[in-house]
Design a protein around this ligand. Structure first.
Ligand SMILES: *Cc1c(COP(=O)(O)O)cnc(C)c1O
Length: 437
């Protein structure tokens, strides 16, 4: 799949991207064996393009990192919930981590076995919990004592056994963007060890309800292992304590959160992540659940868009594209950096380099993909690729400005399939009625 990068590119970041299924060959961007332009010719823009091979490779890296102990890699559906991606991962043996009834619906549609589903989230409704239990979900990560009371009631009513893992908030700083830190005591997630201890004692009086695990998820896009190690130690000692109290703890759920490289950051590999945690995990003799989202799909997707116009205002140069923050909100929401590169490179020295803001169509100044980016002066009709867009890209899309959502394409080797049709205007008003009172 990986071709030599035969382009002596003017932009040094190119070499980094040849590490994935996306690579330049003779100045043209490919995904696996397919030129991006072939996909665009058929599907148009904006379009999300995913590499099956890259997704599988990332998944196997995780799986291998924990191969020496019983484990299940539960892909976090919210990172990218396309049915074909879920089915691809299911086929490879993955479980999933879900955070809503809608994600449960998707997971079941995609053929994920209920016993491979982990259900997390701070605000599960009664209906969502009933749906999960009726579907046969056997791992629920519980986040509060009120949720616990509700689950006890449902378990009685349905007369089903329920297997719970309290989510511990270890009060450890994951050292990432404040919006994606989840393991500090001021965050809404999980409960303290103290609270979990009390909850577990209550569980003894609740028939059909079993505490069989302990869970956490302390943040996302983590580039340091120290917080994860420290938090895992907190869980490990709590497990020992629960066992001494007579609980049969079978699973430890480490959550997700492993970071990836968007720009210049270095993130640990899944192998380094596994090696750092195995010494703590091995003596526990638990089944380990990991819930990576971003690290499985992030670098396996790009968003391809078309240049509409270029213009200059005062001292600023703008490149206006046919995608927007409605397709990928990460720059607006987290000030996230995504590499933006022309799909077709040029060696033509007469094309000047410009420093431009790459901006979308929406009436918001937060609607940008990159600021002050150096690139060969784009022309209307040129294609640009937003890299590392597979995670929290399409899954966070909105209809703001009444913009239909982009199409999604999955590539495998020489083939590609549209795995989500581009939306139409009719899709935008589905469910709406005109009533004049
Ligand atoms: C979001 C989330 C994940 C996945 O996080 P990534 O940073 O994408 O790996 C895993 N578990 C839970 C509970 C989550 O909320």
């Amino acid at each position: 799949m990986r071709k030599e990068n035969r382009v002596s590119c003017r932009n040094p970041v190119f070499l980094f991207y040849t590490m994935t299924a996306f690579h330049f060959l003779d100045q043209i961007l490919y995904v696996e064996d397919v030129p991006i332009r072939d996909i665009v010719a058929q599907v148009g823009t904006p379009v999300y393009i995913y590499s099956a091979q890259q997704i599988l490779e990332n998944f196997h890296q995780f799986d291998q990192a924990f191969q020496s102990i019983p484990h299940l890699t539960c892909y976090a559906v919210k990172a990218n919930s396309n049915l074909s991606l879920l089915a691809l991962l299911a086929q490879a043996g993955a479980g999933v981590d879900i955070g809503s009834g809608g994600e449960l619906y998707r997971a079941l549609k995609a053929g994920i076995a209920p016993e491979k589903i982990t259900y997390s989230g701070v605000g599960k409704t009664e209906q969502e919990l009933v749906e999960a239990l009726q579907a046969g979900v056997q791992r629920i990560n519980i986040e509060s004592s009120q949720e616990f009371e509700l689950i006890c009631k449902i378990a009685r009513e349905l007369n089903t056994p329920v297997y719970l893992s309290p989510r511990i908030n270890p009060d450890i700083d994951a050292q990432t963007h404040p919006y994606i830190v989840t393991g500090l005591k001021e965050n809404k997630f999980g409960m303290s060890v103290e609270q979990a201890r009390t909850l577990c004692r209550h569980a003894r009086e609740c028939s059909g309800v079993h505490i069989t695990g302990v869970s956490m998820h302390i943040g996302s896009q983590m580039t340091l292992l120290a917080p994860l190690i420290e938090a895992t130690e907190v869980l490990a000692s709590f497990i020992q304590e629960l066992r001494q109290d007579g609980f049969q703890i079978e699973t430890i759920d480490l959550g997700g959160g492993l970071g990836i490289r968007y720009h210049q950051e270095t993130a640990p590999t899944p192998e380094e992540y596994g090696s750092a945690l195995l010494p703590i995990l091995q003596p526990l003799r638990c089944r380990v659940i990991v819930e990576p989202g971003r690290a499985i799909v992030g670098n396996a997707g790009i968003l391809v868009m078309k240049v509409l116009y270029t213009k200059q205002n005062a001292s600023k140069y703008f490149t206006i594209v046919d995608a927007a923050m409605t397709d990928c909100i990460r720059p607006a929401l987290y000030h996230a950096y995504h590499e933006v590169l022309p799909v077709h490179q040029t060696h033509d020295a007469s094309v000047p380099m410009v420093t431009a803001d790459i901006v979308g169509q929406v009436c918001e100044s937060a609607d940008f993909f990159g600021k002050n980016r150096q690139l060969p002066q784009p022309q209307p009709g040129d294609l640009l690729a937003l890299f590392t867009a597979g995670a929290y890209g399409f899954s966070m899309a909105s209809h703001y400005n009444s913009r239909p959502n982009a199409a999604e394409v999955l590539v495998h080797k020489g083939d590609f399939r549209i795995v989500r049709q581009r939306e139409t205007y009719a899709d935008l008003i589905r469910g709406e009625d005109i009533h004049l009172l």
